[in-house]
Design a protein around this ligand. Structure first.
Ligand code: GLC
Length: 425
């Protein structure tokens, strides 16, 4: 069974591979997505080591001069997706969006470097990527942490990667819908509307894009102008983990100054993250920078920090929290707490389980010694695939596959899980 699953996963990676980049799935997402590529490279490594590096290199080939790495790269035209380049208007030769996504590339590159069979190639390619990853991280602290708090804000829910999470609902109310251009959504042609965002939410997504576009995507203006500025613990944890990994790689490759800077930022960020901890929820919470308040929404964004080197007490509390969740759902880890009134088992990031988040959480738990909790997450992830195939995400109660099918990063994570558990040699 497992080797059959492995072969199917490889087939999906190949089917979605357009040579120098991979689409998340044909139809619903026909371009290159930022964190999809970074995480998918980990599975690609087992199929073709060199190809895995290319995936990340292509992403960074479209980095902006200011350091930002865009959330989507529109390598070629496709009418099947909205909002396309004509809406973003970022004036780039190869069009991209003007917002970013979770900076997981630093983590992925270190993993590729550590595992490399071809050490010489890996060191050469990692060394070339190093300053680019550092420039992206610099951009975050300049553009998204103007008051030097140690934590960065997202300005659009799509930046979080957890696009439709309950976490954004309240802050999103502040985003108007007046003046939004007429538009025709395309996602509903490819996926069940009950699994997708509502029309009202979509209008707000577009309103923000129009605002940023009117500011010519000038990062020095966007942060303060945005009515939506949220500090997401999950997003920050990914940046911190990537900073820790960047520092380790820089040390290995002799970039001592870069290493020291990345490490100092990670340490400052980890301290600042403590302010987002909720004793009541036993997890981290998002912080709304506009209202100045924590957002009391128990989502997976508050469990993800275990992926960064947080302290022992907090990681133990998160492991316990996940064990408790495991009694309420059949498949870990739900993206929202099932006891919360806003939990929706099938709707995009409001309840379903996603294998990429499972991977990052289980990686952190293992590193902190919470092997049983990590093992349950991994075994639930493999079961989801056995019963539901390589879907975008899954109902954590029933295992029903949701969203798009034949998903690249789902396939890549399955390869990772099977390799890590030794089920496939
Ligand atoms: C959805 C997800 C986002 C992902 C993209 C492509 O928008 O919310 O995290 O990057 O699809 O898979």
């Amino acid at each position: 069974m497992t080797s059959k699953i492995f072969d199917q996963a490889v087939e999906i990676l190949e089917r979605n591979d357009l040579g120098h980049y991979t689409v998340p799935t044909h139809g619903l997402y026909p371009f290159q997505w930022n964190w999809d590529s970074a995480l998918s490279s980990l599975g690609q490594y087992y199929v073709d080591e060199s190809r895995a590096w290319t995936e990340i290199e292509t992403l960074f080939a479209h980095q902006w001069d200011d350091g930002m790495v865009p959330h989507i790269i529109f390598h070629k035209d496709d009418d099947g997706y909205y909002p396309g380049p004509d809406v973003w208007q970022t004036n780039r030769e190869v069009p991209t969006t003007g917002i970013t996504q979770p900076p997981v590339a630093g983590f992925a590159v270190r993993r590729l470097l550590d595992r490399a069979k071809d050490k010489h190639m890996a060191r050469r390619r990692a060394a070339a990527l190093l300053p680019k990853i550092a420039a992206w991280h610099d951009w975050f602290y300049r553009a998204r942490d103007p008051e030097h708090t140690g934590l960065v804000a997202i300005l659009h829910p799509w930046e979080s990667g957890r696009d439709n999470s309950v976490d954004w609902d309240e802050a999103f109310e502040r985003v108007p819908t007046e003046g939004v251009e007429e538009f025709q959504r395309r996602d509903l042609h490819h996926a069940n509307p009950a699994h997708r965002p509502t029309q009202e939410q979509y209008k707000r997504y577009i309103w923000l894009v129009q605002l940023f576009r009117s500011l010519n995507w000038d990062y020095t203006k966007l942060h303060d102008a945005s009515p939506f500025q949220v500090v997401d613990p999950g997003f920050n944890a990914i940046l911190l983990r990537s900073s820790q990994d960047l520092a380790a790689m820089a040390e290995e490759l002799g970039e001592i100054e870069l290493a020291a800077e990345a490490r100092a930022r990670a340490e400052k960020g980890l301290l600042a993250l403590n302010k987002l901890w909720s004793d009541k929820r036993q997890q981290y919470l998002c912080f709304d920078r506009v209202s100045g308040e924590l957002i009391d929404s128990p989502s997976i964004g508050g469990l993800l920090p275990v992926f960064a080197h947080i302290d022992k007490a907090h990681s133990a509390a998160i492991a316990h929290h996940i064990d408790e969740l495991g009694k309420r759902v059949k498949y870990l880890v739900p993206s929202h707490h099932p006891d919360d009134k806003n939990f929706d088992a099938a709707r995009y990031w409001r309840g379903p389980a996603w294998l990429i988040v499972n991977y990052m959480i289980s990686d952190g738990l293992k590193r902190e010694g919470h092997y049983d909790t990590a093992a349950r997450i991994v075994s639930d992830s493999v079961k989801l695939i056995e019963t539901g195939g390589f879907a975008e995400y899954f109902d954590p109660m029933t295992g029903e596959p949701c969203g798009g099918l034949h998903f690249t990063w789902t396939a890549a994570m399955v390869i990772e899980f099977l390799k890590l558990t030794g089920e496939v040699a």
